[in-house]
Design a protein around this ligand. Structure first.
Ligand SMILES: [Zn+2]
Length: 439
């Protein structure tokens, strides 16, 4: 019998591997940060011993959820300006507040709240686009959460962050050099969007990403305004334009992709660009509804993103799954579209793959890192159970997530954060709100 550090047992085990079948009375053996083996409990307990066994009666174990597009620190602007169209919301409310408040200290504090919210909702990895990502990286490593942190690039100076493009790229390269060997942090370069970033900066971002072998993150085809602006400036729609300047590749994951022509969908598939579907943010800002069924049919890999909490207003991937499943059925007038297995696949394995982390996370498989979550099923809204995938997509709430493990370490233990002081994090957020409100 081989000794392992931990065995996790549950009534239902969903690995997101193979034919996606559910293992009843399943177990996962974990050694250090890595998954050693997966099977039924009788198989696993016949092969391995462990001093620590997490028992999962009336529970389900599945891979940690992945949020492929957010601006984590914007949790401090949650609910600051709602019920407005994107350009007005961005230019009159969000940018002036960021101009006033954004600092390393702001990011340091705000990221704690974002991580707490995401971890408690079963999100084990998130992909960010913001500034002061080096500060965020230090925080994530302390908390024990996985992050793909994109250092923002725009054409114009921004506070004391950058006076020129050189400054943005210096921050990005510093981030890469500081974190390229980290277990939890993947550094990334994030040119903001086609209306804030010109071709030179897009090309420079691609060159730097190729040189260091890191991912690229951008906003793409989010609004009709963006498409019209892109046509005006460059005579092309956003995807065709970025393809034209050589920016598109498997390295890129692009948020939104709402306004696409048939030809652009083909280009995204051909260039293997990953898409982050941010349906709740797109609905709330009235940006439109991305053509998810067409993207999936064309073979584009699509995952979920929440976008920042100022436009969503939460960081809840379970909510995105439920919303997407229903909206796309209604829009297509086809109830078979966006089925629950596809929704969980997008929220886990597809998410890892578009971030370039497919070898590391996104499913429960021997050799991958132990990023997994345990949800309790002993609740009225989860009773009775005929199909566990259906329950996760349509009924499960963040409060059902009991235990969360990232890289083999328990970060949420029976609903309680193990690496964050919840009361302290919330008190700090309220103190910032007092300051922001006063202005
Ligand atoms: Zn965004």
């Amino acid at each position: 019998m081989e000794k392992v550090d931990l065995i996790v047992r549950a009534d239902y085990l969903i690995t997101m591997e193979g034919d996606l079948s559910v293992i009843n009375d399943g177990a996962v053996a974990v050694t250090g940060s890595t998954i050693t083996d997966v099977g039924t409990f009788s198989d696993i307990s016949g092969r391995y011993t462990s001093e620590k066994i997490i028992e999962g009666k009336k529970k389900v174990v599945f891979p940690g959820l992945i949020n492929t597009h957010t601006h984590a620190a914007m949790v401090y602007f949650r609910g600051l300006a709602d019920d407005l169209p994107l350009q007005e919301w961005l230019e009159k409310h969000i940018w002036p507040n960021e101009m006033k408040w954004l600092s390393s200290e702001f990011v340091n504090d705000a990221v704690e709240l974002a991580c707490l919210e995401m971890l408690k909702a079963g999100v084990t990895t998130y992909a960010d686009m913001y500034f002061y990502e080096d500060t965020a990286a230090r925080k994530l490593e302390k908390i024990g959460m996985r992050g793909v942190l994109g250092s923002g690039v725009i054409d114009f100076p921004w506070k004391d962050i950058a006076q020129s493009a050189d400054d943005y790229f210096r921050h990005a390269e510093d981030l890469i050099n500081n974190w390229k060997d980290s277990e939890l942090i993947t550094p990334c370069i994030a040119p903001h969007a086609t209306f804030t970033c010109g071709p030179d900066n897009y090309k420079r971002a691609k060159e730097m990403a190729d040189k260091h072998n890191v991912p690229l993150h951008t906003h793409l085809a989010e609004t009709q305004f963006e498409v019209a602006e892109c046509k005006k400036r460059y005579g092309k729609t956003p995807v065709e334009y970025l393809d034209d300047i050589g920016f598109l590749s498997e390295r890129l994951f692009a948020a939104h992709c709402v306004w696409l022509t048939g030809k652009e969908i083909e280009i995204l598939a051909e260039k293997k660009v990953g898409v982050s579907h941010c349906i709740e943010s797109n609905l709330k800002l009235a940006s439109g509804i991305a053509p998810l069924p067409k993207l999936l049919n064309a073979g584009v890999k699509v995952a979920f993103g929440t976008d920042g909490a100022a436009s969503n207003n939460d960081l809840n991937i379970l909510g995105e799954m439920s919303t997407a499943a229903k909206v796309h059925k209604a829009v297509s007038m086809d109830a078979t579209i966006a089925d629950s297995k596809t929704m969980l696949l997008m929220a886990t394995k597809n998410g890892a793959e578009i971030l370039g982390l497919g070898e590391k996370t996104g499913s429960i498989k021997p050799g991958k890192k132990a990023d997994l979550i345990i949800a309790g099923l002993d609740q009225p809204h989860l009773t009775p159970i005929y199909d566990i995938y259906s329950h996760i997509t349509y009924c499960m709430r963040p409060s059902d997530i009991e235990t969360v493990m990232v890289n083999g370490k328990i970060v949420i233990d029976k609903g309680q954060p193990a690496t964050l002081d919840e009361a302290g994090v919330i008190a700090k957020a309220r103190a910032w709100r007092e300051k922001i409100q006063e202005q």
